[in-house]
Design a protein around this ligand. Structure first.
Ligand SMILES: *[C@@H]1O[C@H](CO)[C@@H](O)[C@H](O)[C@H]1NC(C)=O
Ligand SMILES: *[C@@H]1O[C@H](CO)[C@@H](O)[C@H](O)[C@H]1NC(C)=O
Ligand SMILES: *[C@@H]1O[C@H](CO)[C@@H](O)[C@H](O)[C@H]1NC(C)=O
Length: 477
């Protein structure tokens, strides 16, 4: 429609309005001049539909009703603000999304945010007030992150704010969470436009997610990857590694750092290069130095060093042919009053040359404030065919109901091992009450099986009685 047609239409519309006015004046005259000027004549146009508010989801199609009775020769206009959209059956707007359906209902397809506002359906007479529809466009949530690629880096110890700007109508609410983890605050989710992490460390690195929802369409989630930059942090798997000549040894360091540190291995102060006997391997953050066919020159002090642009760190470990410290295996409470069977395990590739056991009384009383004297026992080494040496020594002449402590040392051709941790044990008390309240389970089993050999059912049914008879016997004894 060109400007000329539009002008003509507006002209027609005014013309029809003036005609209506003439008609009204005529009616008034016919009624004898006593009636109100605004009285609506019986056959004049009337709105059947009412003004409403429409909430339409972006992209949908809406139909704004405008149903009129007795329109007659009047022209019906759709307006938005001062812009005329339709006049009669003619489309005035050039927007092809607009059309009239089923009479004068206005259909708008592929609704856009700018379609929000008031729509006026107007009859070109002067009686009817306009019918106004209000249109609100519901927009599903969308998220803009800063930075837009969702990648963030923070330095260890610093603080960082993760921000999510969400738009949509109604205004979306934002919820923060963390992928496969809880938030550093310990909570699963936090609501808010941003979250700030203080004193960040590597445990706070990972994927953070912000989810915006406003009830329109599906909630949207955006991932933000937080990298925490920090100098190398090293843990050694074991700081003392036992090996033997001709065997293979592995030294393991766990190295964390961002950016990923360069890792170097040292023996004493010399940096190690790979050789045919020596390989270095990295799997994730686990770094392994493998030495094949170990020679005596391989024994010594090793270290792994990690370095990145934020710093350097180094951890030491010893590769040794000496025996491992003893690991005690016996339960800490003796079953007897005057002896204790101490058992332990020592690893050594070469045979053990000497094993030494030291023990002393620990229990102190009012007159004796010091632990007892150390007893020093040379134990003959057990050299089986395995490199694990299981040994035991039955310590005699102990006092009842007391606590003792023991140390075991062992020597092979490379020297004495590191001293074991002190191991504590205690002897059984001499107390008649103890004997009565804690009857030895072994004795009970013997009695039960003794009866069972003659009549199993009888023995099980009367087992409690048998037990009490034994207890009575102990009491009356
Ligand atoms: C190795 O040598 C370093 C530096 O001399 C020393 O601090 C560390 O205690 C040694 N470690 C072992 C296990 O011998
Ligand atoms: C001590 O314990 C070991 C290992 O359990 C066992 O072989 C040994 O016979 C025990 N010695 C005594 C005297 O009970
Ligand atoms: C305290 O312990 C010592 C050594 O074990 C012992 O000879 C002494 O009789 C004890 N004294 C008392 C009051 O139990």
């Amino acid at each position: 429609m060109d400007k000329w047609t539009y002008t003509v239409l507006i002209f027609i519309s005014f013309f029809v309005k003036s005609m209506a006015a003439v008609n009204r004046v005529g009616l008034k005259n016919n009624a004898g001049g006593s009636r109100n000027v605004f009285t609506i004549p019986p056959n004049s146009p009337k709105f059947l539909s009412r003004g409403q508010t429409f909430r339409v989801v972006l992209g949908d199609t809406m139909v704004l009703p405008c149903e009129v009775e007795n329109l007659g020769n009047y022209v019906l206009l759709w307006r938005r603000g001062s812009a005329v959209l339709t006049a009669g059956n003619l489309m005035v707007t050039r927007d092809s999304r607009f059309r009239l359906v089923d009479g004068y209902n206005l259909e708008v397809s592929d609704v856009m945010p700018q379609d929000a506002g008031d729509y006026v359906c107007q009859i070109s007479d002067s009686h009817n007030s306009d019918q106004i529809h209000t249109v609100e466009i519901l927009v599903p949530p969308s998220i803009r992150t800063t930075p837009s690629n969702g990648l963030l880096t923070a330095r260890k110890g610093g603080s960082i704010t993760l921000e999510c700007k969400a738009s949509g109508n109604p205004v979306p609410s934002i919820i923060w969470s963390r992928k496969d983890n809880s938030l550093p605050s310990g909570e699963k989710t936090i609501e808010g436009f941003s979250i700030t992490l203080d004193k960040v460390d590597r445990h706070q690195a990972g994927v953070y997610q912000c989810t915006a929802s406003n009830g329109v369409g599906e909630p949207v989630t955006v991932d933000m990857q937080l990298d925490v930059l920090y100098p190398p942090e090293i843990e050694v798997e074991r700081n003392w590694i036992h090996t033997g000549e001709g065997y293979e040894a592995q030294l393991v360091c766990i190295v964390h750092g961002e950016p990923i540190p360069d890792v170097a291995w040292f023996q004493d102060s010399f940096i190690l290069d790979p050789t045919d006997r020596r390989t270095m391997e990295a799997r994730g953050n686990k770094y392994t130095l493998t030495i094949k066919n170990v020679q005596s020159s391989d024994f010594g002090n090793y270290s792994c060093q990690g370095e990145n642009n934020l710093g350097k760190s180094r951890k030491y470990m010893e590769l040794s042919g000496r025996p491992t410290p003893a690991e005690f295996r016996s339960p800490p409470n003796s079953r007897t009053k005057d002896s204790y069977n101490l058992t332990w395990m020592i690893e050594s590739y070469p045979p053990l040359d000497e094993v030494r056991l030291l023990y002393r009384k620990l229990t102190m009383n009012d007159t004796h404030q010091q632990p007892g004297q150390w007893h020093d026992v040379m134990v003959s080494p057990v050299n089986g065919d395995s490199y694990s040496h299981h040994m035991s020594y039955n310590i005699r002449n102990l006092e009842p109901g007391l606590a003792y402590e023991a140390i075991v040392q062992a020597k092979n051709r490379y020297g004495w091992n590191e001293v074991s941790d002190l191991y504590q044990f205690s002897t059984k008390r001499v107390n008649e009450e103890d004997n009565m309240l804690e009857p030895d389970m072994k004795d009970l089993e013997l009695v039960a099986s003794g009866n069972g050999s003659t009549n199993t059912i009888f023995s099980f049914a009367f087992l409690p009685n048998v037990c009490s008879i034994i207890l009575l016997c102990v009491v009356f004894h």
